[in-house]
Design a protein around this ligand. Structure first.
Ligand code: NAD
Ligand code: UDP
Length: 351
């Protein structure tokens, strides 16, 4: 193995990809970023470069474009930086949009993963970390949910694409016994790098709670709509497990180190899935209250209809990640909300 392994980060200009790139570089990996900018822009790449203080390579490529993917692997190889592992973040992720346009989600997320696996095989790249989601569990019968919970019918086409990609990866292992994969099932990442150099910057109107909430408080959007307060939860709003994106980024470093230590080699399956969350649930109304407390800003909001595709309540049992990867979430909900707000205040469109 090269002294400093090169890691391809697909979706590297995105929210979690950019934070992970910084954590990987700090841990001694060489990062190569790839993105088609469908939900991001070049500012995140500049942010990563300035935090790492290095000229990180970036390729504007769509994962569905096999020839372009081949070019990336070949170019890096020719420069003496053979790619040794891939973290595959690139995907569309809006639950609501996936309900409106399921075929776009199936094409982008599933075909993109298929092509990437094919190219990894062609270049003998054996280590993959895949961004999955707690949505693979659908509406879980038991919470906190652990990795043995069955995949119930996905609540949205987005959730379906994550189930399908996990299956693709597992099927890919059967004829490729040297291939290893860690599947990370994220709960709800929020927050930003504490320097506020990078953060979550979706293109257009945000679909996720925290970016919408921050833009609403900044006066860029109208009042936040709380999607449903008639759910069977203590205050009627949905419950999620919100974790700081820096904790999540660090989990990818642990996952790669685990793969590079050959921990999966010789195991029957060659893959392992891990929940990444804090183990604690918070309702939408509790998040609003915590945000107001930590920032001193009031959140304009109204109660709206339920959003199609939402699960009622889910939070993680993340003990497997702690036991096997040595990772656990360390930062609080308040710290994450404060970092999200710091990032929002620093963004040019928040002036
Ligand atoms: P993001 O939209 O900020 O980042 C994804 C990046 O992938 C974007 O920069 C986008 O431009 C790029 N992309 C999308 N399709 C692409 C394609 N075909 N080819 C190349 N680039 C493409 O989202 P994120 O929050 O950083 O999510 C990263 C991953 O984590 C995704 O796979 C997402 O499904 C998964 N995930 C996210 C959350 C969450 O709440 N943020 C939760 C669970 C899982
Ligand atoms: N939510 C909301 N208003 C919004 C966006 C989200 O009430 O404008 C709620 C949503 O119904 C869910 C929670 O916030 O209960 C988290 O939603 P998000 O889209 O951030 O993540 P998801 O869990 O759907 O992946």
């Amino acid at each position: 193995m090269q002294l400093i392994p090169s890691i391809l980060v697909t979706g590297g200009a995105g929210y979690i990809g950019s934070h992970t790139a910084v954590s990987l570089a700090k841990a001694g990996f060489r990062v190569v970023l790839l993105d088609n900018y469908s939900n991001s822009d070049v500012k995140a790449v500049h942010g990563v470069r300035s935090l790492i203080n290095a000229d990180v390579p970036f390729y504007e490529v769509d994962c569905r474009d096999k020839d372009a993917l081949i070019d990336v692997f070949r170019t890096e190889q020719e420069m003496g930086h053979e790619i040794k592992g891939v973290i595959h973040f690139a995907a569309l992720k809006s639950v609501g949009e996936s309900v409106e346009n399921p075929s776009l989600y199936e094409d982008n997320n599933i075909v993109g993963t298929e092509r990437l696996l094919e190219v990894m095989r062609e270049f003998d790249v054996e280590n993959l970390v895949f961004s999955s989601s707690c949505t693979v569990y659908g509406e879980p019968e038991v919470v906190p949910v652990d990795e043995n919970a069955p995949f119930l019918e996905a609540e949205s086409p987005y959730g379906f694409t994550k189930q399908a990609c996990e299956k693709l990866i597992v099927d890919h292992l059967k004829p490729n016994p040297e291939f290893n994969a860690v599947i990370l099932r994220y709960f709800n990442p929020i927050g930003a790098h504490p320097s506020a150099t990078i953060g979550e910057s979706p293109n257009g109107v945000p679909n996720n709670l925290i970016p919408y909430l921050c833009q609403s408080v900044a006066g860029i959007r109208g009042a936040l709509q709380v999607f449903g307060t008639d759910y069977p939860t203590p205050d009627g709003s949905c419950i999620r497990d919100y974790l700081h994106v820096m904790d999540l980024a660090e989990a990818h470093v642990s996952a790669l180190e685990y793969l590079f230590k050959d921990k999966l080699r010789g195991k029957d399956t060659g893959w392992r899935a891990y929940n990444l969350g804090t183990g604690k649930g918070a309702s939408v109304l509790e998040v609003i209250e915590a945000f107001e407390k930590v920032t001193g800003r009031s959140v304009p909001y109204s109660i709206a209809e339920r959003r199609e595709g939402d699960v009622v309540a889910i939070w993680a049992n993340a003990s497997r990640a702690k036991d096997e990867l040595g990772w656990e979430a360390k930062r609080s909900l308040e710290e994450a909300l404060n970092d999200s707000w710091k990032w929002q205040k620093k963004r040019p469109d928040s002036q």
